[in-house]
Design a protein around this ligand. Sequence first.
Ligand code: AMP
Ligand code: GLY
Length: 401
Amino acid sequence: MDKIYCTPGNAGIAEIAECIDVSPNDFDALLDFVKYEWIDLTVVGPEDPLSKGIADAFEKQGRRILGPTSKAAMLESSKSFAKDFMKRYGIPTAEYRVFTSYIQAEDYIRLKGAPIVVKADGLAAGKGVIVAQTVDEAIDALRLIMKEKAFGEAGEKVVVEECLQGEEASFMVFIDGKTVVPMVSSQDHKRVFDNDQGPNTGGMGAYSPAPVITEKLQTLIMEKIMNRALKGFKSEGIKYKGILYAGLMIKDGQPYVLEFNCRLGDPETQPVLSRLDTDFVDIAFAITDEKLHTIKPQWKPEASVCVVLASEGYPGKYEKGKPISGLKEVEEMKDVVVFHAGTAYNGDETVTSGGRVLGVTALGKDIKEAKERAYSAIEKIHFDGMHYRKDIADKAINRPA
Ligand code: AMP
Ligand code: GLY
């Protein structure tokens, strides 16, 4: 591989890629760029261009792209589509009903009682899911989604589903439409504060492997979820080439799908791909060329932990443009990588430019060592208002044997 381009990019990836100013949703402009620069492979990060059909547009022009078509991406962009798909192929998930009528949804919530989960059907940047502990809370959520249209069109339909109790974990696979290949397991930390308190975020940290996913459970996940999904794609003529992510609830030793994403999960990918010992580009080519069966990704035996450093106020309102110090010192640390999220350059200086700013990721012989390494790197990093969880990976470390 000679060169990487990235749009829009940030101050971190600018170290290894040339950042260009083309909108990820302007497919014509991207295709012109790809042709002009003779780009062999395009890797799509976020769900928005996938759901709008970037893979369809590229494939029509014979361009290699890692990411599913818009139809396949509906597994993420429409929760009702995903639930109905799971039902058709026997993929374990919470019991649910889909509503387009507010009154009927309200009646159903009253009938079922709490706790209960209310989900806006469409993409809502991770904010359209409310786990309600009381009927009133569920009805408030329903009103917010369907009447006040807090998530716009995403709330024209809602999924109301059974609240599952258990332990959450994340599981991703590579998939080329014919073969699915598992990645190593991981676990996210969605709440903003320690001990899973406070509002949900895009993810405050993650680790890999997730001890809750035993070998036996992984076999069940592959059999009951991933292979059934693959069978579903095949029988519905859906072209799925890329990454499939399942957000899982593990209950009584059984995996249930809470959500599918059609892309790499954030922040799970930071620790998961840090453990990958095979060239990601080789895997990407195998996927786009439908030769995934020829490749066996190798994983490092080490564990990995990623801690997210966020801006003051996140997940609510936050300011941008705070200078970040200490990155150079951390660069010299062994087995530590700082992945950038919301960062930018202001002249020569790296500054904050998003809610989640950095993902400090470390490898170690076990999760405890990886955690210690990540937190000792964080001691060197500073920006005004920086906050982060202090308990990332504790659930794994303190788990009874
Ligand atoms: P989702 O975007 O669908 O994964 O939902 C976001 C978060 O809401 C999940 O990570 C869970 O913490 C929670 N959640 C979603 N669905 C359920 C469910 N059926 N039961 C319990 N918690 C859920
Ligand atoms: N970590 C969950 C997601 O990427 O949506």
